[in-house]
Design a protein. Structure first.
Length: 183
């Protein structure tokens, strides 16, 4: 398996984050929200690539995904972890946590909270300047890969699929870290 891609950044108002960890969810994936077809909640997953799919998890956490395929496919990439580049004060206020350590943004729900997201951001075009934006950066040198997190309900082939990706050398990676290995 080879990897060719770039660092990505997220920006909303004064908050600027570097994406260091993601999980892929594909069509016909028993862990993908689109597995049961298009519903009011999952419609954005079936929309055009480059748009947001934001959903509420466990009634508490806003989870940000980037729709990652052609319209109608039903694929997305969950943003798992991001260190802050700027806007630390805003992030700390939104999170209600006064720290600069990785615990500030250690899971996908915390990323959504730091960005101040709600489900109203779902289907938003992430290439729209001046709002919630996904931006390119340099190519990462070393990538880690491992199984996705929290999908025990999925079929064994999908539970064990190596569709979780992280940039090596960063402490801003969510748990469990021991399941990640070099690509």
């Amino acid at each position: 398996m080879s990897y060719k891609g770039t660092f990505k950044f997220l920006r909303r108002d004064d908050v600027f984050l570097q994406i260091t960890e993601v999980e892929a969810y594909r069509p016909n994936d028993s862990a993908c929200h689109g597995r049961f077809g298009k519903t009011t909640r999952t419609a954005p997953v079936f929309g055009p690539g480059g748009h947001a799919y934001v959903y509420l998890c466990y009634g508490l956490h806003m989870m940000l995904n980037v729709v990652a395929d052609k319209e109608g496919a039903g694929a997305a990439v969950l943003i798992r972890s991001c260190p802050p580049i700027s806007g630390l004060g805003t992030i700390q206020q939104r999170r209600g946590l006064k720290t600069e350590k990785p615990i500030l943004l250690a899971c996908p729900g915390e990323v959504g909270q730091a960005l101040g997201l709600s489900t109203e951001w779902s289907a938003h075009a992430l290439y729209t300047a001046g709002s919630l934006e996904l931006l390119d950066g340099p190519e990462p040198e070393h990538i880690l890969v491992g199984p996705r997190v929290g999908i025990e309900y999925a079929s064994p082939e999908h539970v064990n699929a190596l569709w979780r990706f992280a940039i090596s050398g960063y402490s801003w990676i969510s748990a469990p870290k021991k399941t990640l290995r070099p690509l």
